[in-house]
Design a protein around this ligand. Structure first.
Ligand code: AMP
Length: 189
């Protein structure tokens, strides 16, 4: 199995670069944001709860997020590997992910960290907001999401660096240039 975490701030390009990695390594894509948006669209109980947090730019509580993820991993245990996109977002989630994968006899093999300057992130998110229809791609919520990222998610960079798993990738330039950097960094390891 090959399990990759694609990591970065909102707007860093995690979803776009996941597509390249999935094609190359035949991984099962778990985007927690997409999963939650699907629940919102179907107006499930989880979707209604999640919408309150998402519209405020806040994170869904760890316990809820981890139980959703555990279900996906359990139902996809035939997968060749996973790409975790948008998860983990807190140290508690990273520890839960480690425990979950251990139960399945596997682990996180590498963390691809897309690094993009703050002004470019805001620019990209505002541009995406014009066509994404996402309720959280507006100026006020973007500010909050970036703040939440710095406080709650960025500490994971040190967490995974200490474990020798973090691959820092320059997330600026064209989509193809970034994909090439990721490819070289992963195959070099
Ligand atoms: P994303 O599409 O990854 O940018 O996620 C959109 C929103 O979904 C986030 O701003 C959070 O409110 C929520 N979300 C997605 N993944 C997680 C997670 N791992 N933990 C908590 N909240 C999450």
């Amino acid at each position: 199995m090959l399990n990759i975490v694609i990591f970065g701030a909102p707007g860093a390009g995690k979803g776009t670069q996941s597509d390249f990695l999935i094609a190359e390594h035949e991984l099962y894509h778990i985007s927690t944001g997409d999963l939650l948006r699907d629940h919102i669209k179907r107006q499930t109980e989880l979707g209604i709860t999640a919408k309150g947090f998402i519209d405020q730019g806040q994170l869904i509580p760890d316990e809820l997020m981890v139980s959703i993820l555990a279900d996906v991993i359990k139902t996809q245990d035939q997968a060749k590997g996973f790409i975790f996109d948008g998860f983990p977002r807190t140290i508690a989630q990273a520890e839960a992910l480690h425990a979950l994968l251990s139960e399945h006899g596997t682990q996180v093999h590498c963390v691809v960290g897309l690094e993009v300057p703050e002004d470019q992130l805001t620019e990209r998110l505002l541009l995406r907001g014009k066509s994404s229809g996402r309720s959280d791609d507006n100026e006020e919520t973007i500010k909050r999401r970036l703040d939440v990222y710095h406080k709650q998610t960025q500490p994971l960079k040190a967490y995974y660096t200490e474990r020798g798993l973090y691959h820092a990738i320059d997330g600026t330039g064209t989509v193809e240039q970034i994909a090439k950097r990721i490819h070289e960094s992963i195959t070099k390891q």
